[in-house]
Write a protein that binds this ligand. Structure first.
Ligand code: GLV
Ligand code: GLV
Length: 325
């Protein structure tokens, strides 16, 4: 049995698969394969580990319908046509939970960094513009007792809310497709409508999966409903917000600041004006990028490959419907 891994991952994952007797090929070239190359390569393998959000659309799936498993080295699966994978009976695995803390840490880091214009102030030093102590220059805003709005209160959103409540006594409101009764009980989180979330949040942090129904839901109209003092944080998916509208909202002062770990497209162009705005902090999609978390993801993704190749149910599966009927 052979697996194709589309980018280098921590050795623990590779070793686990090798110990299970699987032949492992890792694509180590810096240049990602384009879609036709990816199809041609995957046709030679029994399983694929997708690292770095390869587009796994209907065209790919139809041509690679022999795959016994597609194991995503990620929690998000918006890059995969899940209904088509299910129809073709291809199990798709992901890496939930293990990365929740690290990703919430990244959201927390961005919230704090934006609130004190940290990246801009750092650039001030590099640019030789640190003139000494300035009592009224580039002031930030405090987070104590403010309201945190969570869009998509799953595991990651819960971790973020818990940190913000513990650190700053923040009040938690959230909007979800489904109520999260655990969070309501443990964090006294209050369920609100989307419009209430926009209107009441001092910090609005995104933790939802990207889907057709929420693509660019944070657009001009949404930013107009937010507080002019609000901080917008996106560590989920860049396509949840409209970038031009976000930039305009910041320029016009419709919102106060923004912290992004995800952009659309990725990588972001280094000349993007958002990067130079004082109240904006941007990171290059490092949400889960700690040694501990990436090792954990490698182990989970490897276990999904091993189970899939043995014809067993994947331990963490996106489309369990493949096992029905
Ligand atoms: C990262 O963005 C992930 O989905 O794991
Ligand atoms: C939510 O985003 C989760 O991963 O649970």
């Amino acid at each position: 049995m052979k697996v194709f891994v589309t980018k280098a991952i921590p050795e623990v994952g590779i070793n686990l698969m090798k110990e299970a007797g699987i032949e492992v090929t890792v694509h180590v070239d810096d240049r990602p394969l384009h879609s036709e190359e990816m199809i041609a390569v995957c046709q030679q393998y029994d399983a694929m580990m997708s690292v770095g959000f390869n587009k796994i659309d209907a065209h790919f799936l139809e041509r690679c319908r022999h795959l016994k498993v597609i194991s995503l080295f990620a929690v998000g699966y918006d890059n995969v046509d899940i209904p088509m994978a299910t129809q073709l009976k291809i199990p798709v695995g992901n890496t939930p939970d293990v990365l929740s803390r690290a990703t919430a840490d990244t959201a927390f880091l961005l919230m704090l960094a934006v609130s004190r214009k940290a990246f801009y102030n750092y650039r001030k030093i590099l640019d030789g513009k640190w003139k000494g102590f300035e009592p009224v220059a580039d002031l930030g805003i405090e987070l104590y007792g403010k309201t945190l709005g969570i869009f998509g209160l799953g595991k990651i959103g819960f971790e973020m809310a818990q940190k913000c409540k513990a650190a700053y006594g923040m009040n938690i409101i959230y909007h979800n497709r489904n109520r999260n009764l655990h969070a309501e009980e443990v964090l006294e989180a209050r369920y609100v409508s989307y419009d209430e979330l926009l209107a009441e949040s001092d910090v609005l942090s995104l933790h939802a999966n990207l889907s057709e129904s929420n693509k660019e839901i944070f657009n001009k109209g949404a930013f107009a409903k937010m507080k002019p003092t609000a901080i917008f944080i996106n560590t989920a998916r860049g396509a949840l917000h409209n970038e031009a509208d976000l930039k305009e909202a910041l320029e016009k002062g419709l919102i106060w600041g923004a912290g992004l770990d995800v952009t659309n497209p990725e990588p972001m162009d280094p000349s993007n004006p958002l990067l130079m705005m004082p109240n904006v902090c941007i990171l290059p999609h490092i949400g889960s990028a700690t040694q501990e978390t990436r090792d954990g993801m490698a182990i989970m993704a490897a276990k999904n490959v091993i189970a899939g190749l043995k014809g067993e149910k994947l331990p963490t599966i996106v489309n369990p419907e493949v096992y029905e009927g």
